[in-house]
Design a protein around this ligand. Structure first.
Ligand SMILES: *Cc1c(COP(=O)(O)O)cnc(C)c1O
Length: 495
């Protein structure tokens, strides 16, 4: 069956999958959603012996219906190769009575690798299908994690260039080092003298600069975006929920068709939305436990039905979840309105005008799939320590938020349903906050010294991603003022 996409705000209809990937965001500001969320066309029993790659094909073929089997298989093979440290791509780890789906064995040791490894291939294939002969220029502003994952995904992908702007003094030393040592002739990294908001606004202005766009087209270039609302990032994330479920069945932890819960450390609501889609497709998922840090907009939303971003922005040790506007929530709101794009558009309008909106009773009743929880900074730190001392397993701060919220959920509900905790980053990416959670005195050492300490203490191997940057040459050293961002792009593209 062929699948078409429409905007959650209703002004764009019947968009092909490949065009939806190319556009990223709809012209009316909405997000692309499939006309219908498909059901699996094979039983779980028939998928039980499939590899990650085969499952990826089973899921993606239902969404990207204008890609041929050969095209999709090709994208999957290129994405999930030895860039990942484990051939399973997403290993499920049993630790005493807990299950962790480790999504951090890719190039940049965070879960965004899973989707950003395949997006470049989906995007270039989509460009070919739509007769686009221009070179695609990906423009990204990053607060740390997305930039490196996008750089690494697009490096040396033919027909693309990637330009990343980051706040020169606003990322961790390891994050900066990861970016400025990025190899690949088509990669460009620029620090700006400003904060993340400046970088993000600068990129938005550039994307809306009509004169620049025309100059680019003449020179054979076209902009696109790799950010997390692209449907080409959401769909690949559905795969690991199916994979995780099947691993539980295969290892005899659950019976086939037995429902499980998942706990997801959440920021932009992309990861947990993929779980919601998986459930709608027929995967036996019970509760979707949404874990927030102190920026607990989502916890409040699930509790009260009011989404309110008017509050202080809190910096925590889980920076990838420091977010007040969870963009992907729009796709859930759309479902709660029973696909009423008018109504969904009104909520989003209120959000941009007043910073808040309230859903009605009828919509709230459909939120039963979810449980919202949050963890404070102190709870996050003590969870890291507890789990390490009691079970000898090191959690990164994002996963620790999930663990802490899951503990609260069990205490509150006494629910004994088996639960997968989605593990989104390697502790090696957040060495300082992890080590100081275990013992304050580690704060005196440098970031790379702490890497060695962590390896010794936890008896785990330092990931390749960290080894690589330790002695890597700095390739990108350009820094510019906020007002010079457009000029830097022109220099790169020789416009
Ligand atoms: C991006 C990110 C998250 C949040 O995922 P969303 O899809 O934005 O909800 C959680 N943990 C880590 C490590 C991340 O990089």
């Amino acid at each position: 069956m062929s699948q078409l996409y429409k905007s959650t705000r209703g002004k764009e209809l019947n968009i092909s999958p490949s065009l939806a990937i190319l556009k990223g965001l709809a012209d009316d500001g909405g997000l692309f959603v499939p006309n219908e969320i498909p059901k699996f066309d094979k039983s779980l029993n028939n998928m039980i012996n499939m590899t990650y790659h085969e499952l990826a094909y089973e899921v993606m073929k239902l969404y990207f219906t204008d890609f041929s089997q050969e095209e999709l298989t090709n994208c999957i093979q290129k994405a999930y190769d030895n860039k990942f440290e484990t051939s399973e791509i997403a290993p499920l780890i049993k630790n005493v009575d807990r299950y962790y789906l480790e999504l951090f064995h890719g190039k940049t040791i965070a879960f965004k690798d899973v989707a950003l490894s395949i997006l470049p291939h989906l995007l270039t294939t989509a460009a070919k299908k739509n007769g686009i002969d221009k070179e695609i220029v990906i423009l990204t502003a990053t607060s740390g994690d997305t930039g490196k994952a996008a750089l690494s995904g697009f490096a040396n992908v033919k027909g693309t260039k990637i330009i990343v702007f980051y706040p020169k003094n606003g990322v961790s030393p390891i994050q900066e080092h990861q970016m400025i040592t990025q190899k690949g002739d088509n990669t460009f990294v620029i620090g700006i003298n400003g904060n993340f908001d400046d970088a993000q606004n600068g990129v938005k202005n550039i994307l809306n600069n009509q004169i620049l766009k025309e100059d680019m087209l003449k020179a054979g270039y076209q902009f696109s975006s790799a950010n997390s609302i692209n449907i080409g990032r959401l769909v690949p994330q559905i795969v690991y929920y199916v994979y995780g479920y099947i691993q539980l069945v295969k290892s005899g932890e659950i019976d086939l068709l037995e429902p499980i819960n998942v706990t997801v450390p959440t920021g932009n609501f992309g990861n947990i939305l993929a779980a919601y889609y998986a459930k709608q497709m027929g995967l036996p998922l019970n509760k979707l436990i949404c874990a927030s840090n102190e920026n607990k907009v989502l916890f409040d939303f699930f509790k009260t039905g009011i989404y309110n971003k008017n509050r202080p922005f809190i910096l925590t040790s889980s920076p990838s979840m420091d977010i007040l506007i969870s963009s992907n929530l729009e796709r859930l709101i759309y479902r709660l309105t029973e696909d009423d794009s008018m109504k969904c558009g009104l909520f989003m309008n209120e959000l941009s005008k007043k910073g808040c909106y309230e859903i009605d009773e009828q919509m709230r009743n459909k939120l039963n799939d979810f449980y919202g929880g949050f963890a404070t900074q102190e709870e996050t730190n003590s969870t890291i320590k507890d789990v390490f001392v009691k079970r000898n397993y090191l959690l990164d701060p994002h996963t620790a938020v999930a663990e802490a919220v899951y503990n609260k959920y069990v205490n509150e509900t006494k629910d004994t349903t088996k639960t997968i905790i989605i593990s989104t980053a390697s502790p090696y990416k957040f060495t300082r906050s992890v080590m100081t959670s275990i013992n304050n005195s580690y704060d005196k050492q440098s970031d790379f010294e702490l890497v060695d300490e962590m390896s010794e203490l936890s008896e785990t191997k330092i990931p390749q991603a960290i080894e690589e940057i330790k002695n890597a040459n700095i390739i990108h050293n350009k820094v510019c003022k906020i007002q010079e961002m457009t000029q830097s792009i022109k220099e790169i593209l020789q416009l």
